[in-house]
Design a protein around this ligand. Structure first.
Ligand SMILES: [Zn+2]
Length: 89
């Protein structure tokens, strides 16, 4: 099956493009809903350690940079560096 859901979008800043961190996670097909029926984040399953977490890019990056035990070093560093740059602001 050819699913072209994830397409590169050059003007992604203003559109709801999927964060590239999703390359390292499996996305649940359905969103969780809270008691009032509001849609929550997708569930993200780490490709490296199969940990599941709420599909918030910030949390996912945090997982890769700090908590994941199986992530390749270059990916880990990629997100560790992002964090440093943000802190300098
Ligand atoms: Zn992980």
């Amino acid at each position: 099956m050819c699913n072209i859901e994830v397409q590169f979008e050059p003007f992604g800043a203003l559109t709801r493009t999927q964060d590239s961190v999703w390359n390292y996670f499996e996305k649940s097909s359905e969103r969780k809903k809270d008691s009032s029926g509001t849609q929550q984040h997708y569930i993200a399953t780490c490709n490296y350690c199969k940990t599941t977490l709420s599909g918030q890019p910030k949390r996912m990056k945090d997982h890769l940079s700090k908590h994941c035990s199986n992530v390749p070093l270059e990916i880990k560093e990629q997100y560790s560096n992002l964090k440093k740059i943000n802190k300098e602001e």
